[in-house]
Design a protein around this ligand. Structure first.
Ligand code: ZN
Length: 134
């Protein structure tokens, strides 16, 4: 299993359009399109920054995990995603090491990625997304 790069930083926002301003209009980064991820009840926009991206996440329902996060902690950095070339292998190694996983199995993420979240209790307080892309 190889770790490729910091794939993206996920930021929870209340208003996606308003939050795009600084990245799109001030920094001049073209967003890679807006996409809805029904599984996580979010609308996302990716802004490429070198080999990495900034992912803005707006909740599409009150029961969205992002809506719950914003209610509890306010808008802000929600997770960090590391790209791996073999998600199953990464999950197996995490389990062997006694790491607490949120997702035991890969699920569908934005941009056709396969993703799985690792619990912040096992990562020093940071919600970690493992992400595999074609
Ligand atoms: Zn993400």
């Amino acid at each position: 299993m190889n770790v490729d790069r910091l794939d993206h930083i996920g930021i929870a926002v209340e208003d996606l359009e308003a939050s795009c301003t600084v990245y799109r209009d001030v920094l001049g980064i073209e967003p890679g399109g807006v996409e809805e991820v029904p599984d996580q009840k979010v609308k996302v926009a990716f802004f490429p920054v070198g080999d990495s991206k900034i992912e803005l996440l707006e909740p599409t329902g009150e029961d969205s995990p992002i809506a719950q996060f914003i209610r509890k902690r306010g808008a802000g950095i929600h997770h960090m995603a590391i790209r791996v070339d073999d998600l199953e292998a990464a999950l197996d190694r995490a389990r062997e090491a006694g790491i607490r996983l949120i997702d035991e199995e890969p699920r569908a993420g934005a941009g056709n990625a396969r993703i799985a979240f690792v619990h912040p209790k096992s990562t020093g307080g940071v919600l970690l997304e493992l992400c595999e892309r074609e």
